[in-house]
Write a protein that binds this ligand. Structure first.
Ligand code: 5GP
Length: 195
């Protein structure tokens, strides 16, 4: 997606060879115009897939998911990373190792919001080693609902998550694919750009 790549070039920062900072438009400050375009793009890709629910992880997955849900006319379920007083009954949970925080956490959703007949699209901001997506898939696998695919805003292809998921037969769609990060430089799968 060209608009996203431009944004990564102009406002993203490669902190090192592994981490891309996109606080300017996705992880801290949010660009609503870009999020709307992202929602349209995911919706186009999954328009014929019979999606009835989007599942994401708080907090950075929420904005692209809501925009996609708006386009597809389906609700968005947000897996929580922290315990909540209002979220106690019928909990489904999965353990996730966080790439950015380097710690294990438990994510959960209420089974109340997933029906057996649901066809779920999983959306997240980044795909690195795949732990977050595997955790989200695990939640759905505890139900009778099906998973149509995984949409990620940015995939870092030099980390193993995307390949592992695709090898398992999971449909994975990324709007920007990064081949390599070096301090101050991002290489997309099809071009190299200095930022
Ligand atoms: P994974 O679970 O695939 O290893 O990592 C994905 C999760 O870690 C995402 O939910 C995202 O929040 C975070 N993450 C992974 N890599 C990056 C990165 O390069 N930059 C930022 N900002 N977040 C990342």
């Amino acid at each position: 997606m060209e608009e996203l790549k431009k944004k990564i070039i102009t406002e993203g920062k490669a902190l090192n060879e592994e981490v891309l900072k996109v606080d300017a438009f996705l992880n801290h400050q949010i660009d609503p115009v870009l999020m709307k375009q992202i929602g349209k793009e995911f919706a186009e890709q999954y328009r014929e897939s019979g999606i009835t629910k989007i599942l994401t992880l708080e907090s950075s997955g929420i904005s692209p998911s809501v925009m996609t849900g708006l386009e597809l006319g389906v609700e968005v379920l947000v897996a929580r990373k922290r315990k909540s007083l209002t979220l106690q009954e019928g909990l489904l949970s999965a353990d996730v190792y966080s790439f950015t925080k380097q710690e294990q956490s438990t994510i959960c959703i209420s089974s109340e919001y997933i029906k057996d007949s649901d066809c779920v699209l999983i959306i997240d901001d980044f795909l690195a080693n795949g732990q977050a997506v595997l955790g989200l898939m695990n939640l759905i696998e505890q139900t009778k609902a099906s998973i149509a695919g995984v949409g990620v805003v940015i995939e870092k292809q030099f980390q193993k998550g995307g390949e592992e998921l695709r090898n398992k037969g999971v449909r994975v769609d990324a709007l920007a694919k990064i081949e390599r990060l070096e301090k101050g430089k991002v290489s997309f799968t099809d071009e190299e750009v200095h930022i």
